[in-house]
Design a protein. Structure first.
Length: 61
């Protein structure tokens, strides 16, 4: 497994259709249609160019 976590809550790689994808290669928000590679739960992509924080995925809760 790839260690994709920036910290305990944020990570830059997720799964989409069974393939590992980088946060910058998918749609922003829940539209990314990705899941966490560790727990298979839905994630949100935070990759809006206007976002001043580092681009990342976060679990949808």
């Amino acid at each position: 497994m790839i260690d994709s976590h920036i910290n305990t809550n944020d990570f830059i790689y997720a799964l989409k259709e069974g393939k590992i994808v980088h946060v910058d290669s998918v749609a922003n928000g829940l539209a990314c249609d990705c899941i966490c590679p560790s727990c298979n739960l839905p994630v949100i992509a935070y990759n809006n160019p206007k976002n001043k924080n580092a681009h990342h995925f976060q679990h949808y809760s």
